[in-house]
Design a protein around this ligand. Structure first.
Ligand SMILES: Nc1ccn([C@@H]2O[C@H](COP(=O)(O)OP(=O)(O)OP(=O)(O)O)[C@@H](O)[C@H]2O)c(=O)n1
Ligand SMILES: C[C@](O)(CO)[C@H](O)COP(=O)(O)O
Length: 398
């Protein structure tokens, strides 16, 4: 049953970002350690009335979006973009169920500064049954003038606004607008709804919703969203973790959130994922918050056979609750077998997804111990990890 005023979000991330001139399309660029598109995806999904999210990406970009933008940990649908923003929006709308999505919020991935309050203002506009759309707007602060070879006449700016996204619509109206559009390519959806003679309300926009368009914009938006810490406001902490599990007869070992085929398995109360346990302890070490056994006691039956993803995700949530963020993970697995190398990239991607990090910030290494000791004799597997955490001063655990 659809909740009153719940909405489905469509984030268009199907462009090439040519004007921004970055080394990757701007939706995948890192802003405050997180891919640009992930900022809006998280903001949409964390809104209590968000009933679903579709992200529109360039053709063939799904693996990249999941790995580079660390989107695989989020619950969402994919759509393949078109040659223009308008075509990409249409592709995103195509998969929506009319019944489930009464309202749709269409948003540019290139505007990472989305917050819940803006979404609330847009939704509130639909209390007026005559409204079919709502957009966030900002006043124009500069003098505006026509331009030709020389400066032309000044335009009355009191009659102008800057239109941002997300733009909210009744889905039936937006579909009709896209189906009936006959003009040149439309730069946003509100003008398409208005062409049908339908009303679009204006709500207060947000400075932080500035679009990353040209060179230098990414730095400016980052400065708004992640103000650089002044000396003494932040500190960097390094946490370390170490774990060992015994190998027994079985048919595969859980390592880094993946089941690796093997003729043995790791023994433990949970799934015994020795690598995730070491990383979890390193994350907890970074915030001085005990260890994995304290948070998930082996004596507690609810953790019997549990997937260790949950332990690591919980530790990452504790970092966020302190106002901190994880910068980097470096871990080493010690065993003779199974060989980790063939699975290294898949393990990095899985850990990055669990931790909400870009893959580049997760390093996984492996070594034998030259047949020495318990790992050398194949009696068990050991793993150690180092995690770097950035914490605001005052965000400390006592
Ligand atoms: N074919 C396209 C073009 C744009 N977009 C998306 O629409 C938003 C606004 O577009 P814009 O800022 O123009 O992005 P780009 O097209 O990527 O930029 P450029 O024109 O500089 O290449 C962006 O989130 C972009 O990813 C899209 O989904 N599909
Ligand atoms: C949709 C939009 O962000 C509203 O301001 C804007 O029109 C996108 O324009 P672009 O030329 O596709 O960047």
């Amino acid at each position: 049953m659809m909740q009153q005023n719940s909405f489905h979000a469509v984030i268009v991330a199907g462009g090439r970002g040519e004007r921004a001139g970055l080394s990757v399309p701007k939706q995948y660029a890192l802003l405050g350690g997180k891919a640009v598109v992930r900022w809006s995806a998280e903001a949409m999904l964390s809104h209590p009335l968000c009933a679903g999210l579709t992200i529109v990406i360039p053709p063939g970009d799904e693996a990249r979006a999941m790995a580079e933008a660390a989107l695989s940990g989020l619950t969402l649908c994919w759509a393949t973009g078109g040659d223009s923003r308008q075509a990409s929006v249409a592709a995103g709308l195509a998969g929506l169920d009319e019944e489930l999505a009464g309202l749709v919020l269409v948003h540019d991935a290139a505007r990472p500064g989305l917050d819940s309050a803006t979404i609330d203002r847009l939704l509130t506009a639909f209390a007026d049954a005559t409204v079919d759309g709502a957009v966030p707007v900002l006043p124009v602060a500069d003098t505006l003038a026509l331009c030709g070879p020389d400066l032309g006449d000044v335009v009355d700016r009191s009659a102008l606004v800057r239109v941002q996204t997300p733009q909210a619509f009744r889905l039936t109206a937006l579909r009709a607008a896209h189906a009936g559009w006959q003009g040149a390519s439309a730069s946003d959806d509100a003008q398409m709804i208005r062409a049908l003679g339908r009303a679009v309300a204006m709500v207060e926009g947000r400075r932080e919703l500035e679009k990353v368009t040209h060179q230098g914009d990414l730095e400016q938006v980052e400065a708004m969203l992640c103000p650089a810490p002044r000396a003494g406001q932040w500190r960097t902490a390094v946490g370390m973790g170490f774990d060992v599990h015994r190998l027994i007869d079985g048919d595969g070992v859980w390592l880094g959130g993946l089941l690796i085929p093997h003729d043995r398995k790791l023994e433990g109360h949970s799934d015994a994922d020795v690598l995730l346990h070491a990383i979890t302890d390193a994350v907890l070490g970074g915030i001085g918050d005990g260890d994995i056994g304290q948070h998930f006691p082996p004596s507690d039956p609810q953790w019997r056979g549990a997937s260790s993803d949950r332990f690591l995700a919980h530790a990452c949530e504790l970092v966020a609750a302190c106002g901190g963020r994880i910068e980097h993970v470096d871990a080493t697995v010690m065993c003779e077998a199974p060989k980790v190398g063939p699975h290294r990239q898949a393990i990095r991607e899985r850990i990055a997804a669990i931790m909400g990090l870009p893959v580049a910030r997760v390093s996984i290494k492996a070594t034998t111990t030259e047949r020495l000791g318990f790992t050398g004799r194949g009696e068990g597997i050991a793993a150690q990890a180092v995690v770097t955490v950035r914490l605001p001063d005052g965000g400390d655990n006592q």
